[in-house]
Design a protein around this ligand. Sequence first.
Ligand code: KIV
Length: 267
Amino acid sequence: MRIAMKLEVKDIVKGGKPIVCLTSYTAPMARIVDPLVDVILVGDSLGMVVYGFENTLPVTLDMMIAHGGAVARNATHAMVVVDMPYGTYESSKELALKNAQRIMKETGCAAVKPEGGQELAETVRYLVNNGVPVMGHIGLMPQSIEKMGGFKIQGRGDAGAQKVMADAKAIADAGAFSMVVEGTIEPVAKDITEAVNIPTIGIGASPACDGQILVVDDILGMYAPFTPKFVKRYVELAPIISEAVKQYADEVKARTFPTMGHCFLPK
Ligand code: KIV
């Protein structure tokens, strides 16, 4: 397979082909996903998917850096974006820059993604002005579940729609190169996509978004606890893996694995 040059921020443009984004958290998955997508997001969803937490709040900077580095070292085509975890950017723009630079330097990723709307615009501007490319994240923001009162779909009613639109415009004006629009009612996500001059990446948003993102374990049928409405499972890998593990266990118990062919013999 001929793999195109590594994608950069300047390649993630509005009005071109739909932008294909997917999460990955490990080196082997990054190697599989890399040639097939435009953007790999090392999302803080790894808190649930990899670490088994209930939400993303316990995820640390060190976790994001460890997984971000594993993915970035193994992506030769896709642009790699790493999430800024809860508590690492909200309190001041200076703290945000220090932590964003640490993520960039220690992982080799191309951009970071903090969550936030109007209240985060000044920080996004500061990051961008200091050379850190930012993918925004508005609408349903999982790091704000306490403030939002749970995983609530955003943009409902006039006030709800105006708030998400204002958030989107603030993040675009602040210099983000793209933004995730998560868990937002379809017409509002579509209006946002028409209103802002940077690509929108939808998840539970609209087919009209400039790109789409999902969690890789969700599309592979690997994450059992919960399947949100916006997820499409393209394969059910969990039972396939389970069957392989069962065969291995049966063979070990029956002493039919390993065979002599798996053993090192004297020369
Ligand atoms: O953490 C994550 O994986 C994300 C995407 C689902 C957008 O933020």
